[in-house]
Design a protein around this ligand. Structure first.
Ligand code: HEC
Length: 118
């Protein structure tokens, strides 16, 4: 009981407590940075029309967006999540990669650390 109370007070916003920030960072640098600007990693990188992680992090619903990004366009064609049924069988228009559902928590833990500038 005491543990539960402590846990809640340490994670008042329901932080992705079981995600591993370092794993999330590696995935983001390796895969997401091809299209997104990811924090300080590639400030001049990414693809023009793709929102930066900083910008997305500023949104109040960032957690929900990152938690479901693989179901949001354009990701379903090139991101595979183990155990999640694919949306489409269209050939990927970008280098495909596969992550696990735990990795989604890892990504959330990493994005949590990105400074959205306010
Ligand atoms: C092939 C390019 C590409 C890759 C790789 C990519 N994204 Fe994206 N992502 C986009 C584009 C383009 C958008 C904007 C879509 C839009 O505005 O309709 C986007 C939007 C998003 C959004 C906002 C979605 C929404 O509906 O608000 C999130 C969150 C996101 N990406 C997370 C990620 C993560 C995490 C990774 C890596 C694991 C990743 N993306 C890899 C191209 C990419």
């Amino acid at each position: 009981m005491i543990t539960a109370v402590l846990f809640l007070s340490l994670a008042p916003t329901g932080a992705a407590a079981d995600g591993d920030e370092e794993i999330g960072r590696k995935i983001a640098y390796r895969h997401c940075a091809r299209c997104h600007v990811v924090g300080d990693f590639n400030p001049m990188g990414g693809i023009g029309s793709t929102p930066s992680f900083q910008l997305l992090r500023k949104r109040t619903d960032w957690r929900e967006r990152f938690g479901t990004f693989y179901n949001r366009r354009p990701h379903p064609v090139h991101v595979r999540v183990e155990g999640v049924r694919q949306w489409t069988n269209l050939p990927p228009n970008a280098e495909p990669f596969t992550i696990t559902q735990d990795n989604v928590d890892d990504i959330l833990a990493f994005v949590e650390t990105i400074d959205g500038g306010g």
